[in-house]
Design a protein. Structure first.
Length: 247
């Protein structure tokens, strides 16, 4: 069963169309919420307050990144904003490159764990020793896996490596990440997950696998391709979320 408390959803690159099915009661821009605006294409920079299926939701349409010149506290301000408004379970989504040859582009991966390789933390400034043994809620993961199976949606599970960006990784860096056990790589999510756990929130996260990581394909990486693949895969995630919200 879905958690009865308020649900927050963060939409990553190219996944803005997921918000189209939300019955919106109110829209608040990042600026009006006291957050920096996002400068990245595919990130609208606003909160949508309303409902998805039978659930009350706050949807964060877009996010702020370290590579835009912001610090870890600014990057995670949206998580704190949603928590202050009653969100106790946050679902994070992102676009990521796949490092796992069995996880093809165009499919989804649910995060089982992560590698924080950003070099920072939103908890800096004090002895905030938060246990990170189980960042991603195992009970919710089991529910989503069951829903995906029922709907015939391929849903991988794996380890996400969060880097600072904005440049994509080199083939040598990808080989390093594979050695470290990463299945996907991106430039977001890990700091938000850390902040959410520090606030006692449940966390679930999904990567839309938009492309093979550097060196795994002869194709060069381009942000427009990331956006296009994210939009094409958004329908599957929408079906998964709507079904889960109604369960």
């Amino acid at each position: 069963m879905a958690d009865p408390l308020a649900l927050g959803i963060v939409l990553g690159s190219g996944l803005g169309p997921l918000a189209d099915r939300v019955v919106v009661r109110d829209t608040i821009s990042f600026a009006d919420a006291g957050l920096p605006s996002s400068s990245v294409q595919g990130h609208a920079g606003r909160f949508l307050i309303g409902s998805l299926g039978s659930r009350e939701v706050i949807v964060m349409q877009g996010r702020i990144h370290l590579y835009e010149g912001h610090g870890a506290k600014a990057v995670t301000a949206g998580i704190r904003w949603m928590h202050d408004r009653g969100v106790r379970h946050v679902i994070l989504t992102n676009a990521a490159g796949t490092l796992n040859e069995s996880h093809a582009p165009g499919t989804w991966m649910m995060l089982a764990d992560h590698l924080n390789l950003t070099g920072t933390s939103p908890l800096e400034g004090g002895p905030h020793f938060i246990d990170m043994t189980r960042v991603y809620d195992e009970a919710a993961a089991g529910e989503f896996q069951a829903v995906a199976s029922r709907l015939g949606i391929t849903l991988h599970q794996g380890v996400y490596a969060g880097l600072r960006g904005p440049q994509y990784e080199t083939p040598a860096e990808i080989r390093m990440l594979r050695t470290l056990g990463a299945d996907a790589v991106g430039m977001s999510t890990v700091l938000e997950a850390i902040q959410a756990r520090a606030l006692g929130m449940k966390v679930t996260a999904f990567s839309c696998l938009t492309n093979w990581a550097a060196g795994m394909s002869p194709e060069l990486l381009d942000h427009s391709d990331v956006l296009a693949t994210g939009k094409a895969a958004a329908d599957e995630m929408l079906r998964l979320l709507e079904e889960w919200c109604g369960s």
